[in-house]
Structure formats: C-alpha cells, structure tokens
Design a protein around this ligand. Structure first.
Ligand code: LRH
Length: 467
C-alpha cells in the first residue's frame, strides 16, 4: 500500500488528505481541516492569509509523516496569485478574486485587444476576476522585476524554493494560448504585463522539489476543477459533469478547444485538463448563494441549520421563483436572501420570504442553470450527453442532485464528494507508476433518476425572463 498527500484548498476551507492506493483504488482520509476564507483588511480589499495556509499545510504534513507518503501535491481555486519581489519574497498580500478592484479592466484591455481576438487566443470565459484583469488592476511598478505565482505554485515555492506555473491553473489566467498551451506572447505584447512576470510552465505529474521532512512535492492538476474533473468516475465520452461547490463548473471533457463565436457568446471556457484534454465548461455561481445566505441568517441570530433547512426546502412548493445565479449582484459577499428578493421582485416573481423558500429558490435556480449549461455545451460541441456526473461538496446535497436530474431529464451520478483530492492523489500515484486509472476511487456514488416533465423547467425559466 502506498500513501500520497493531497493539499486541497477551497475558498472557505482547506484540507490535508492522506490517500492510500491499494489494488488500483484510492481511499482517502482527512488529516487536517482549516478555515481559509478571505478577510477584509482595514486598508481595504479582500485578502487571503497565505502565511496561515502555509503553517497549516506544514502541520498537516507533519501529521502524515508516520505514513511515509510518497509525495504531496497542492490544488486550489483558480486565478489568484502572489507576486514575488526581486528578493524572492512575497510582496504584498494575495488578493481575493471577489475583490471589486478589477472593475473597468475589461474595458481597458478592449482598447488594445477586441473580445473576439482575445477569445480566439485564450478561449477563456469572461469573468471579471480572470488573472489578466487582476494584473491590469495592479500599479505597474508592482509588476516590474516581479514573478507571478498562482496560489498552489506559490505554496509549493514556499515549501521547496522552486518556481513554476502549472498549466491547468495557468489556463485560467487569460494569458495562456488555448491552442498551444504556452504563454501567449502575442497577447502579452498588447498589454502592459511584462513577459518575465510569468514563470516557466510545468505539467501535472512533474516533480517540483523537496518539501518539509524530505517529502517530494509534485505538480498535480493544481486547478481544483481540473483535479475534480480528472476524478469523474465516468467511462466513454457521452457524459457531462458538474463540479459543484462554491462554484458550479458545468460542461464536457473534449480533445480540443472550441474557440468559435458561438462559444464566446455563450461565455463558455476552454481550460486545460490532464493528458491534453480540454474542460469546455461554463462557470456558474454555485453553493456560494446558499453558504452566504446561511452566514447572513446565522449572523442575525436566526440559527438556521443546513440539514433542517434542506428538509424544509424539499417540502416547499416547486417553481415558486427562480433567478439567474450568474447575475453579477451575487458575486460579492453580502445579503443573498435580500438580493434574491430584489431579483424576484424585479422579474415579477413571488418573493421568497422564509429560509426554506429562499433555499428552494436557490436550489431550483442552480439545477436550472446546470441543465441550461449542459444543453449549451452539447449544442456547441456537437456531443450527445446521456448521463451527468456531479462531483464535489454539492454531491452531498440530495435535493440539489435530484432537482438537477429533474431539470436535465437525465440520470445524475453524485460523487465523489472529495473529487479534487482524489484527482490530486491520482495524478501523483500515476506519476509514481502506482495507478493506471485516476477515475477509480472507493468513494460511494448515488444515482438520481429524473422525475416530472422538463417543460415545467422551461416554463419556470421563461417566467423568470431567462433567455
Ligand atoms: C472553483 C474554481 C473555479 C474558478 C473559481 C475562481 O473552486 O477554481 O474553477 O473559476 O474557483
């Protein structure tokens, strides 16, 4: 039996997981869990505490030492980075993508690169927080003589002293050429971003260096979504996936990018996956709407328990109101129930007043967004989807899984919950020659079959004014 360590960082919590590989299957256990959430600083701006993350990772690694792991890999959410100064030290804080500092940056870039050209180069969905817009929001002097390291690469640097940019995560920056998988020098030349800012690229499975206690640090698919999709327990090519946590990443695995105008207009992204695959997906607001609602209710002393409110939401009438989860009003932290009420009022729908009614609206809205994105992905790629795999924390949410099956009119296989950690460990174990198929884990999978007519979902979308 061989052990590997996955450090899997999410936007609210981070985990150090031990993965044991026996007879080609991965079994996970959690070694350490810690809060990661961004903090608003007095000087302004939402920032991550990288020092605290590093300390937690080091403590987690010390806890795994007796299992003598073969290696460790780090994955996290995409797009955020730290800047290393000429002295090799982190200069300033790592900012959170939900910080509104990128307002106006897309317009600034448009002055030198039009949207269609940009999409043709990078194949990236427009999101206001793509790294390219964050870099454009930096004072130019911060970028001179600096090196940019995406978060997993930054943490690997702090453990090993080695710099690099792992390619799956680099593909979320808006600076990688989607066809060649190299930094786009053509695009860089049209921006004030200096080319030496970007470190050399490396791929999943490459050894980075030696970390604490002599453990080898290996590059994995360091974008958490890339790791999660690598672990989708599917065979064949007629499946769609939903990597569902803070975000819902909804789409298909393809052999090459789709860079045409229809894909751009549908705001689909082409991110780099393992083994040269492309994650053709739409990034949709996910369970963030629910977690922020719970935070707000509990902050007001309402004491709303997740399990109880989900049971109550199941008993709520169907199709009260739905909203577009991608409405920009939902991006920044804040009072989601209030914002949902505003959107429902604005679109002439009944306003959900109680926590169960709000939760029902959120889950039906997410299920509808899942179905619409899968339909679009199939249409744009010419692929047929026969089953859906829903992985990540959302796989625990039975009501969401059932509603997603209903809205898609397709069976939904839910699990593994810890898909990112499994993909992370799978890449390491395969690189070490100890595993052939990353898609095999011992995690339980639950299947939800569709109920009711799909036309009811279309009618709900029309009532909400969703095109
Ligand atoms: C999910 C995720 C997603 C990104 C977002 C910033 O955790 O990595 O793929 O778009 O965070």
């Amino acid at each position: 039996m061989d052990s590997f360590v996955a450090v899997d960082l999410g936007a609210s919590s981070g985990r150090v997981m031990l993965g044991e590989v026996t007879d080609g299957r991965i079994a996970l256990s959690e070694v350490r869990r810690f809060a990661t959430g961004p903090r608003e600083r007095p000087e302004g701006g939402l920032r991550w505490d990288v020092g605290e993350m590093e300390a937690e990772i080091r403590a987690g690694l010390a806890d795994t030492a007796c299992a003598r792991p073969v290696s460790v890999g780090i994955d996290s959410w995409a797009v955020d980075y730290g800047l290393l100064g000429p002295d090799g030290q982190l200069s300033g804080d790592v900012r959170c993508y939900r910080d509104p500092r990128t307002d106006g940056m897309a317009e600034r870039l448009r002055a030198t690169v039009d949207d269609a050209t940009l999409y043709g180069m990078t194949g990236l969905q427009y999101l206001p927080f793509n790294t390219i817009y964050q870099l454009l929001a930096e004072p130019p002097e911060r970028l001179a003589d600096a090196r940019m390291l995406l978060l997993p690469d930054l943490l690997a640097y702090r453990l090993t002293g080695r710099i690099g940019a792992e390619v799956t995560n680099a593909s979320t920056t808006g600076l990688l050429d989607a066809s060649t998988r190299r930094w786009s020098t053509e695009l860089l030349a049209r921006t004030p971003i200096p080319a030496p800012l970007l470190p050399p690229l490396r791929g999943p499975g490459e050894r980075i260096g030696v970390g604490p206690g002599g453990i080898p640090v290996v590059a994995v698919a360091s974008h958490d979504t890339a790791s999660a999709v690598a672990a989708v327990p599917a065979s064949g090519s007629d499946f769609g996936y939903i990597s569902c946590g803070t975000w819902s990443l909804v789409g298909l695995e393809l052999p090459s990018p789709v860079l045409d105008e229809r894909a751009r207009m549908a705001n689909f992204t082409n991110e780099a996956g393992i083994d040269g695959t492309v994650r053709f997906l739409r990034n949709t607001m996910g369970l963030w709407l629910l977690s922020e609602s719970l935070r707000v209710w509990n902050g007001r002393g309402l004491d709303v328990d997740l399990a109880q409110v989900l049971t109550a939401a199941e008993a709520e009438p169907a199709f009260g109101s739905v909203v577009d989860p991608d409405d920009p009003v939902f991006l920044t932290p804040g009072d989601m129930p209030e914002r949902i009420a505003d959107v429902c009022g604005r679109t002439g729908q009944p306003v959900p007043r109680t926590p169960p009614a709000v939760v029902r609206t959120i889950l039906e809205s997410l299920a509808l967004a899942h179905a619409r994105s899968l339909d679009t992905a199939a249409r744009l790629s010419g692929r047929r989807i026969r089953t859906v795999h829903l992985v990540g924390g959302g796989a625990r949410n039975e009501l969401l899984c059932q509603l997603t099956a209903d809205a898609c009119g397709l069976p939904v296989h839910a699990g593994p919950v810890e898909a990112s950690a499994i993909g992370n460990i799978g890449v390491q174990a395969r690189a070490a020659g100890m595993l052939q198929d990353i898609r095999s884990s011992s995690a339980p999978i639950a299947t939800y079959f569709p109920r009711g007519r799909r036309s009811r979902w279309d009618a709900a979308a029309r009532r909400a004014g969703l095109r």
